[in-house]
Design a protein around this ligand. Structure first.
Ligand SMILES: [Zn+2]
Length: 74
């Protein structure tokens, strides 16, 4: 099951959300990652639950999209 569009629309990067109304918008990558359009932190999705922790996003901030591990949730 994919992440719902409604939930996705509500989510913002916790590191950026306070900056402005439009900061911290997220892009869904392969149903496995949420990538912040403002700071490029990357939040993993485990079992359809986004892990929206700044520390977790920072771990992957400088990892290229192509190098993100995909689909370990089975
Ligand atoms: Zn951000």
């Amino acid at each position: 099951m994919a992440l719902s569009a409604d939930l996705l629309a509500m989510l913002r990067c916790p590191a950026c959300v306070r900056q402005s109304d439009t900061a911290g918008l997220l892009t869904l990558i392969q149903d496995a990652w949420l990538v912040c359009q403002t700071c490029d932190r990357k939040y993993p999705i485990h079992d359809d639950i986004p892990v929206m922790l700044i520390d977790e996003g920072t771990r992957w901030q400088h990892t290229a999209l192509a190098e993100l591990p995909i689909a370990d949730s089975r």
